[in-house]
Write a protein that binds this ligand. Structure first.
Ligand code: PA5
Length: 449
């Protein structure tokens, strides 16, 4: 059975059974509260039902659109940031080959996830010789980073192909009515998809925000949603705590937080999950870091980071706990070859699969870190495929919502994100931000900048 598993053994001794009981009752109440949503879009709870409410027809339509859209293209440029970027990037990276690209699929590249001039310049140069189309994703339709990138690449595509053909090569994923992107989409007649009102950015990977780019990359949307649906059922209010992995994860991280473990490291041993960790980091960081509270989400790619962060994790401040995202079976087989001279003394490993070495590194590290007062949880999946990624996505989303409410913060807003924007707009002289500009310029002068 393709099931996600959670193992809490290496957290023993940190939380008293009686504390756990109180937490368990709390999660039951929270899950029921989540499910009894009022239907008010401002609650941002639409993600809860996406796996069962997204119809087969919608998925088929997206897959067909992707097929015809990419028929004459070798590249699809996805423009978006934050929740309008990370979910698609996470799934596509996890499923794609490490090197080169599968020739039957278009290459997927990203823009607007930063404001790095060199990145965008070099990307534009590279796209000169590519047959590309654009998927631009923004719920608000007004975010600066993807807004700038879309200007640049829309202009580039129009210069290359003419406005009419360029408009055929652009798909927008945005709000039904609001925002500059919706306006332009309607004016230019771009094909478009709607982001539901009741789903916030970081919970939107199972809406067209994630599904359209994943379909462009040629991956199976049905399996992704099937995995998510299996997890929806496993984490519903009808399931008791001991069988609900999302509730267990949420409880344990909060219990550890109350014991002073303020930083969670999500660790992986398969590099293709790197952007999945980035997606997780946004999900928990933006959902929980509020009211001067919250577990700080950090990420580590092992064994690589054992040679950089391993020392701190083993012996630095004891404010850490780890969650390891473990994969039971890799895609390929590769064994350590024997060597006649054995000058490197590695013959004791000869014939062993690299996976076996990796698995022992994972076990050994977990035991070492636990001995070093870093409690560990393990979340494992049998393999990296669409179904298991779907499970993982829904698992973390549900756990994040439960955990946020346990922490007594509002997990679906992000008021703190506005602060940098206000300052950036003030410094750039955006109309309407004159007061901020004056205040910031004075501050910079005081600092001698
Ligand atoms: O989670 C969020 O809400 C944010 O990360 C947004 O997704 C991000 O700021 C991009 O916003 P938009 O889709 O409106 O361009």
């Amino acid at each position: 059975m393709d099931e996600l598993k959670i193992n809490l053994t290496d957290t023993k001794g940190y939380v008293e059974p009686r504390d756990m009981e109180a937490f368990q009752h709390q999660t039951t109440r929270i899950i029921s509260k989540l499910e009894e949503k009022s239907g008010d879009p401002d609650e941002f709870l639409g993600w809860l039902d996406l796996p069962q409410q997204t119809s087969r027809e919608e998925l088929i339509e997206m897959a067909r659109t992707a097929e015809s859209f990419t028929k004459d293209l070798d590249t699809v440029l996805i423009i978006g940031i934050g929740g309008s970027y990370l979910g698609a990037k996470a799934v596509i990276e996890a499923l794609s080959p490490y090197f080169g690209s599968d020739k039957s699929r278009p290459e997927i590249v990203f823009a607007g996830q930063n404001i790095d001039e060199d990145y965008h310049h070099e990307l534009r140069e590279w796209l000169n010789d590519r047959e590309y189309g654009i998927v631009v994703i923004s719920k608000s339709g007004t975010t600066t980073e993807p807004g700038i990138a879309f200007r640049i690449f829309k202009e580039h595509l129009e210069e290359k192909k003419g406005q009419q053909e360029a408009s055929r090569r652009i798909i927008a994923v945005t709000d039904r009515e609001k925002g500059a992107l919706r306006k332009l989409t309607n004016e230019r007649g771009y094909k478009s998809y709607v982001i539901p009102d009741d789903v916030g950015g970081r919970y939107s990977v199972l809406t067209p925000v994630g599904l359209v780019p994943i379909a462009m990359a040629g991956y199976d949307l049905h399996k992704l949603l099937e995995g998510a649906e299996a997890m929806r059922q496993r984490t519903s209010s009808e399931v008791e705590y001991h069988n609900n992995p999302a509730a267990q994860y949420a409880v344990m991280r909060n219990a550890l937080y109350q014991k002073g473990k303020a930083i969670e490291i999500l660790g992986i041993y398969q590099a293709r999950l790197y952007f999945f960790m980035e997606w997780w980091k946004q999900l928990f960081g933006e959902s929980e870091g509020k009211d001067h509270k919250g577990i700080f989400p950090s990420i580590a790619q092992f064994t690589t980071d054992l040679h950089s962060m391993g020392q701190y994790i083993q012996e630095g401040r004891r404010i850490l706990f780890e969650t390891i995202l473990s994969v039971e079976e890799p895609r390929h087989h590769l064994s350590v070859p024997p060597a006649n001279d054995d000058t490197d003394n590695l013959n004791y490993l000869s014939g062993k699969r690299m996976q076996e070495v990796n698995a022992m590194a994972e076990k050994g590290t977990r035991l070492a870190h636990t001995d070093g007062d870093v409690p560990n949880m393990t979340i494992s999946i049998p393999r990296i495929d669409e179904y298991n990624l779907g499970q993982l996505i829904y698992f973390f989303e549900k756990a994040c919502a439960i955990s946020g409410y346990m922490l007594d913060v509002e997990p679906f807003n992000q008021p703190g994100v506005e602060a940098y924007k206000t300052n950036m707009f003030g410094l750039l002289g955006k109309p309407g931000y004159e007061k901020e500009r004056q205040r910031l310029m004075e501050k910079l002068r005081e600092n001698g900048e």
